[in-house]
Design a protein around this ligand. Sequence first.
Ligand code: GCO
Ligand code: MG
Length: 408
Amino acid sequence: MTIELVDVNITSPGRNFVTLKITTSDGITGLGDATLNGRELAVASYLADHVASMLIGRDEDRIEDTWQYLYRGPYWRRGPVTMAAIAAVDMALWDIKAKKAGMPLYQLLGGASREGVRVYAHASGTDYAALKNAITGYEELGYTAVRVQTGVPGLGQIYGVSNAGPGVRYDYEPAKRSGDRPSEERWDTRNYLNHMPGIFSQIREDFGTDLRILHDGHHRMTPIEAARFAKDIEPYDLFWLEDCTPGEDQTALRLVRQHSTTPLAIGEVFNSVYDYQTLITERLIDYVRSAVTHTGGITAMKKLLDFAAIYGIKSGIHGPTDISPVGMAAALHLDLAIHNFGIQEYMPHNEQTLEVFQTSFTFDKGFLHPGENPGLGVELDEDAAAGYDYTKAYLPVNRLLDGTVHDW
Ligand code: GCO
Ligand code: MG
């Protein structure tokens, strides 16, 4: 059989998603997530204007060959737009292959290595009282791991902190609908470094030693600031410190490693195995944070995680709301199958999104399972999707208190 139809779906049920749908000549469909937060239309154009026609007539079973064709063929390599487009094709072809086999995808990846995948939730609050309330709420829901972000004295609204109010939502939406330009936030690393260790200490005091605590530095520290921070927070036994320094500077983590045993995670802005070459071979990280959606799909992610496994490094796949339920399903099937699983990020999608993308995920006491439906196990309701028009939305831009643009 061959690929007959290739469609790019853009929808915005509360936030934007780009989804690739491939249909074979015998009517089997596969879905792939191509969502690149704040740059969605660039990937949609890459797929619709440059990739779709090349796929028509190809054998849908040749996943590795199609991956190499799209990666090596155009000469221009890597980058988030290209790799998100390749990821969408790759996911859709794996979805089709698993549907043809009549199996959930994880079976084709080697079968389940575990009964469910431990997920971490996003607990945040503008002050410690609100954060404590959020952590308590997640514990009541059965979560065993939480990422904690909180406001910093002297700063206003900062990234990763919900201001939705207690009992509404404890997480946040990464991209904001702020018209033609991103909103702006203010930042001061000194205030942050002085404030955060006390927060972790209070959390340990209030919640004990069992809870897995994660934290995201969002690329905001210099190497020496990150080294000091990682060392200061050692007593509070974090599961990981994420993105402590700007991701593209791989050797910055040598300095952090020299000073601290706090486990390190990095990679949500990476898009190929080459971004990890030094980090993995020098054992500078403990967790790989790539999204399946931004790193060339299941084919590339499996290779990356197998490479990491040789060095004792585990997975921590990116899973915020800007990864669609299709991308999340791809992550869950990989998580279930690989040996070196670490943890999975989980920000549940809103009701409208789950009306557009119907999943078969199940959640039980802090563990997720992708379900037993053949393929990725996600259906796209195109009528429901058509009810939500694309709406510009951007991640915020960050500035220091004196106005200097800072890493976000
Ligand atoms: C995370 C992230 C997100 C990203 C966002 C980018 O760890 O989940 O840091 O909040 O910033 O998904 O699109
Ligand atoms: Mg992050």
